[in-house]
Design a binder for this molecule. Sequence first.
Ligand code: NAD
Length: 480
Amino acid sequence: MSTITQFEHWIGGASVPPASGRHLDSTSPHDGELVFRIADGTAEDVEQAVTRAHQAQRAWGRTTTAERSRVLKAIAAGMRENIDWLVELECADSGKLPTAARMEMLAAADYFDYYGSIVRTLAGDTIDQGPRNLTYTRHEPYGVVAVITPWNGAVNQGARGIAPALAAGNTVVLKPSEFTSAGSLELGRIATEAGLPDGVLNVVTGLGPTVGVPLVSHPLVRRVSFTGSVATGQAIGRIAADRVIPVALELGGKSPIVVFADADLDGAAKAAATAILLNSGQVCFATTRLLVERSVQDELVRRIGAILAGKQPAQDFGPIITAPQFDKVLEMLDTARQEGAHVAVGGHKYEEGVPERGLYIQPTVLTDVKPDMEAARKEFFGPVLATMPFDTEEEAVALANDTDYGLGGAVWSGDTGRAIAVAHRIESGQVAVNGGLMSNETPFGGYKMSGIGREKGIEGLYEYTQLKTVSVGLPDHGAE
Ligand code: NAD
């Protein structure tokens, strides 16, 4: 990207400079270069965006589902037409590989297609209370919804909330991560060009305390969808509790991949390696706790090591998003060593073969990890697998559930019946058995500290509706 693009907020269907007049630098974790400037938002900008969203909601909420479906599908088409540009923006500020960014963008566009389709089936029930009453339910929108996203899948995670929220008749104010805002701002522009009425989707950029807090606290915001860390989710949850508004929290994870001795070990090794290569392990549902039957532990680690050995930074995996996060992963690796874990593969930052300021860490496999070590309990949010052996199925399940989190999980076994039984016992919102597929149709969300609520699937649409019961007293026409 040759010139530095300056992005403003996207409010009321137009580019709007921040009231503060200030902008934040957005740098590439690949080489430390400045790539964009984004508006440094404040409560004043939030006020403007929420007001526009509130004004737009009445008309948008009164459209038919068929009308909303048409616009959502046009947004999906617009995203696909602009995909090269969206991928370029996403890669520039996140350091993501183009292949991964393209996959995420296509899935993001598909959220608009998917929710644009299923919203046409949205229907209430009738409840039989006898001939003197007509009683039915309606799925009504909340009004203005705040969607707050993290850096690691900005446009995709934004679309995951925006598409069902708009489909259900809400309007949205999106606050993307300050590290990766460019793609989300472009999504706002694309949506407007696709025919979304002005004010229905607004994007306000900036920092958590100066944009996120006033947004969640705004009296006209009636629902919050948050994706990010546990600490921020708790802070947002406290504000939402005081305001008595619903909040969906999609938080962190430390998900297990359970591998039995009879498993397809090549398949399991590929899945385990992919968990730390994709986005360098900076994926909330990444299965970064490798729980393996003791008799095949060495062989599985050897196969994972063989896959990782051929991978090159910036070609096969990306950097860590920020310098503080980079330092945190390296510090956690130091702690793991001090606590007695063995570094079987990787374990260091790249000194050579990457740009001088590139934030690259070697894909790492730790063995001899004990359940009480930090490496077994805390989210690295980096390319690190923590391996722990087990001897029995009971032990495997106990280890899998010995965590504060419950977002993802995987089970590999040649005995599908056993694998399914173990999957049912794992306390987690989604578990893939022998590489089973997860998609936009499959509900997603956390057990335990990984969150509250469900996104994706038809459940994701209902999250953005509130149920009203209407009962009509009817005149007696002698039906009895
Ligand atoms: P983060 O919590 O630091 O930031 C997320 C968003 O919240 C950003 O937009 C940030 O500006 C905003 N924010 C920060 N403080 C705020 C406050 N006080 N009030 C309101 N908003 C505030 O998370 P991150 O570092 O960007 O993302 C990484 C974390 O997100 C990891 O823990 C990861 O597991 C989690 N994550 C979860 C999912 C999921 O679907 N469950 C998906 C991706 C990432």
